[in-house]
Unconditional design. Sequence first.
Length: 433
Amino acid sequence: AMLRSVRQTMDSTGEGVPFYQADKRRRKKKALRCVKVVGIGLGCFVSVLVAALAIGLIAWLAGRGSNLPSDPYERALALLSEYPLIDGHNDLAMALRMYFENQLGRVNLSANSTGLYGSYWETDIPRLRAGKVGGQFWSAYMDCDTQFKDATRTFIDQIDVIKRFVQWYPDDFKLATSSQDIVDAARTGHIASMIGVEGGHAIDSSLGTLRQFYDLGARYLTLTHFCNTPWAHSSNDNSSNGLNDFGKRVVKEMNRLGMLVDISHVNVATMKDVLNTTSAPVIFSHSSAYAICNNARNVPDDVLEMMPSNGGIVMVNFYPRFVNCSENASYTEVADHIDHIKEKAGVDHIGIGSDFDGIDVVPVGLEDVSKYPNLFAELIRRNYSDSDVEKISRLNLIRVFQEAEKVSQSLKQAKPDNTLISPQPNSTCRPDF
């Protein structure tokens, strides 16, 4: 009877339960109180640790800043040594074709060649090193006379010469086809060498050809040069015509590939159509601010104001005709463009796209690729922070590249677009099948 008569005890709710269950509940509550105490203690520890790390980071940054030289030029050199410049546009490949027929054995890029060859020769390895260049988009370019003729073949020739001079100087150049490649090149002391195709006429209105340029290593396509393509309008066309349906497909296919959409050289209508079509940040690989110099190759304020929502960057051009609309300019006037873009779009949307070796006149103080520190010293004089300098020199472009890669990754299940342009342009130069 005693075994059957199990003592009852009251729990906190007033319900009767067997004593062994009540004891179990008491032990469970005690354990929970211990867990809460430990949790609070752990939370406090984590909070203290995060705060300590934050304070340490702030102190490190402050110490780092105080350890940098105060002289603007020396400070610029120090910052660019740590965050070497990535330039969005250099026409060395075109100069090699113009002066040497792409015969690399006839030129020595490892020697300083200042003044040796002509007005389109502002680049060699010693001057790149002096200018603290850590990454360069080399432009594969052929002019608009090749459109509907041999554009595709000659653009491939220019990609070939870029790859060959990168291989010719392996201690200095390293081919880069991803944002990680750029980071890795810096770690080994190489100049990351990316390929940009300057002019949509290169693809001959073929999405298949676009994909093959990507496979050859091209990581941006400038949608036009100074001529319209059958699907996009250039800066020489001040009409309201922008992208047609096929042009929008080109942009979307570039998003799928992870290829940067470059809207230097296009008209305003095309700029806006691209920004309303793309899923990834865009670049202006070598353009400046229209409000400072009203050349159609520059970017108007209403487009600059669209950049934060897109995430892209304007890589400022050094050509005097785009700087102050004259034959003569100074590095301080290039800085004026950076100031204006910062005001309209923000410092996160600025880069450098010099156009060296594609321009026959240069600003005073930016005569060749060794002179970039002059520009950054001027920005420091204008109270740009160390962080601003690092973004403009390098980090903004890497961020844009990374974001384009993320968009591509998100579209990896999408099939390649095989749409044909209609009507077929200039059918006399195309087969019937």
